[in-house]
Design a protein around this ligand. Sequence first.
Ligand SMILES: Nc1ncnc2c1ncn2[C@@H]1O[C@H](COP(=O)(O)OP(=O)(O)OP(=O)(O)O)[C@@H](O)[C@H]1O
Ligand SMILES: [Mg+2]
Length: 279
Amino acid sequence: MGNVITVANQKGGVAKTATCRYFADICVSMGKKVLLIDFDPQASLTKGFGLNPELFEGVNEGNICNIFKQESVSVINVGDEDEVLHLMPSNRELGIVGQGNIIGKDLMLRKFMKKNRLSDVYDVIIIDNNPKFDTMTINTILASNIIVTPVVTSKDEQEGLHGFFKNTEETLSTFDHSIKKMVIIPSRYNKSTKVSKEYLSIIQEDTIPFLKEECPTISEAEMLVTSPVPEKVAFPDASSYNLSVYKYLTMYSSESSMKKDKREKLVSLLEEIVNSVIK
Ligand SMILES: Nc1ncnc2c1ncn2[C@@H]1O[C@H](COP(=O)(O)OP(=O)(O)OP(=O)(O)O)[C@@H](O)[C@H]1O
Ligand SMILES: [Mg+2]
């Protein structure tokens, strides 16, 4: 299996979708063939490319729900010329199909990816998740070999993060599925607030000991807490142009109010994070 990365956390608004976007663009900039899978019925990743999710509802070859019927799903080219960046878009029906009584429904995405040999076609597959721990999340975990978990550096987040790890552990052990990497990305870090600093050190110091103590299956993987990604207006600004923060800062830098040195610093930080995940 190549790199199949699920970007997951059962908490909302932690930068899952933003992380998928910059991961994809950085991998593409390295010359990799990338597939983005939007596995969130909210379809934020799909909308982020300026696409209307309603277009993919119903009997439609672009409907991601076909995965649950073991039928094919077409992808959309969302890359520039000379790039391989494809998107499997989502729509609200994905939230309904997952609730149905389908035998082996937790393994449908993995089966689909295997049948269509997606790991042979793409160097990197990046999957976005909804902010829950449900059938959709279980499907993406069982289809992946890397879990990337963005977590916001504020005080009441740790309990939720531990809950996510425990649910992930139970999923991996129940299905006897192993991953090669578990990566935690402290996100939306604000170094000027005391609480953000405090929580960052809690994540840095306590996460891996917690995993080692409570989550034996996850602990078999390489575990990594990356440098924090700062809270920057460039993230929402990039979204307003339907761009990832990476592309916004590198190719559309004249639109950004960030100074050149700050821009370059953020770009290298994001590159460093992606490198540490896919190396
Ligand atoms: N480092 C950052 N600095 C500032 N804003 C950020 C940063 N990362 C993400 N954001 C913003 O935070 C909001 C939530 O981000 P995003 O949509 O990626 O989160 P999510 O975890 O995918 O949310 P959901 O759970 O709803 O799917 C967005 O408006 C995004 O632009
Ligand atoms: Mg999202």
